[in-house]
Write a protein that binds this ligand. Structure first.
Ligand SMILES: C[S@@+](CC[C@H](N)C(=O)[O-])C[C@H]1O[C@@H](n2cnc3c(N)ncnc32)[C@H](O)[C@@H]1O
Ligand SMILES: COc1cc(-c2oc3cc(O)cc(O)c3c(=O)c2O)cc(OC)c1O
Length: 357
């Protein structure tokens, strides 16, 4: 049966069901934030038995008002739908963590992106996303400026609470990736190096892991003063406060993790040229190690491709920058005077690229 517009009833119902999913999907991150705030992933993780009954879970929630206990199975049902927890009906209404749910456990050994969930739900971030419509009508560079009147980096410098939430999100991601960086999958990237500067290295999570795994490699973290704050180095780890556009310490190699996607092509070329001046020659192991996204490098993984498209949108609205395809990366490297590059490995949504002087 077809209606006036030649759309059959079945198609219409399907389309409407999909639109309900879009309408309601804003609740997903709020429910996940709620689970994190209640400590549910941590409680399930610490439970002696892999499956925890609903009554034991409710009894273990420290901040739950007794009048709200009936809400917990409702919340758990949607979190099971999102794939964070398994529901075990046979074992009398029990729950366990899925591998995605495990990524929400605080200080989990394999790393965690719980702080990224909390960052993405921060009012400053939500207001940026809500301002995109207004930004399209004004002449400001980013929706972040439309919402908050200044750039993301200036805002971080003036709001200590938001600065902390952003740095924690980045540090969580860095701890997750550090385990891979010092494992066999990246063997050879840091071996033989004598010194490394992690530019925009945040609070130092990656540099700390590398310095620990390679005791003879001197690691320097360069970041803005409000990020470095009172961080103290020790042993082969040092913190330097300053702008990467002013002065970069000389070193064998430079690491740029999630840096270049924050900047437009002109600023990236400027920064890469400064990096080239600061590193050793190729014969002496000089290189720049980039951890960033390569758009459309995972075409067969639809979910990753969609996340990359969203991250590209985020970069445009927060930093007036973008995510890049391999061709766009190559163009930047050549313009900055580098002689070659190699994509070493793909680390999920991001890749590790080496570029050589
Ligand atoms: C997206 S974060 C990445 C942090 C870290 N590399 C990581 O992956 O966890 C970008 C970092 O660049 C730093 N940054 C921004 N502008 C900078 C500048 N002019 N000089 C040095 N660092 C800067 C920010 O403070 C922030 O720590
Ligand atoms: C991974 O590197 C960065 C991520 C982000 C970032 O920023 C936003 C901003 C926003 O308005 C909504 C969001 O959901 C997000 C994110 O999910 C997200 O990951 C920002 C960065 O620099 C400013 C990053 O380098």
């Amino acid at each position: 049966m077809a209606n006036n517009n030649n759309i059959c009833a079945y198609e219409l119902i399907e389309a409407e069901a999909q639109s309900w999913d879009y309408i309601l999907s804003y609740l997903r991150p709020s429910c996940i934030k709620c689970a994190i705030q209640l400590g549910i992933p941590d409680i399930l993780h610490k439970n002696a038995h892999p499956i925890m009954s609903l009554s034991d879970l409710i009894a273990a929630l420290p901040n739950l008002n007794p009048s709200k206990t009936t809400f917990i199975p409702i919340l758990m049902r949607v979190l099971v739908d999102f794939g964070l927890f398994n529901y075990h009906h046979q074992q009398g209404d029990g729950y366990s963590l899925t591998s995605v749910g495990r990524l929400l456990v605080e200080n989990h050994l394999s790393g965690s992106n719980r702080s990224f969930f909390l960052f993405a739900q921060h009012p400053v971030v939500l207001n940026t996303a809500a301002s995109v419509g207004d930004w399209l009508k004004d002449d400001l560079r980013t929706a972040f400026e439309t919402a908050h009147g200044k750039s993301h980096w200036d805002y971080c410098g003036e709001d200590a609470e938001f600065n902390g939430v952003f740095n924690d999100a980045m540090a969580g991601d860095s701890r997750f990736i550090s385990n891979l960086l010092i494992s066999d999958c990246c063997a050879g990237v840091f071996e033989g190096l004598t010194s490394l500067v992690d530019i925009g290295g945040g609070t130092g999570a990656v540099a700390m892991a590398i310095a620990g795994a390679f005791p003879s490699l001197k690691c320097i973290v360069l970041d803005l003063p409000h990020v470095i704050a009172d961080r103290k180095g020790s042993g082969n780890l040092e913190f330097v406060a300053g702008s990467m556009f002013d002065k970069i310490p000389n070193a064998n190699a430079i690491l740029l993790k999630w840096i270049l996607h924050n900047w437009n092509d002109e600023d990236c070329v400027k920064l890469l040229k400064k990096c080239k001046e600061s590193i050793s020659s190729k014969e002496n192991g000089g290189k720049v190690i980039i951890i960033d996204m390569i758009m459309e490098d995972n075409c067969n993984n639809k979910q990753l491709v969609q996340s990359q498209h969203l991250m590209d949108l985020i970069m445009r609205i927060t930093c007036a920058s973008k995510e890049r395809t391999e061709k766009e990366w190559e163009k930047l490297f050549l313009e900055a005077g580098f002689n070659g590059y190699k994509i070493i490995t793909s680390l999920g949504i991001r890749s590790l690229i080496e570029i050589y002087p």
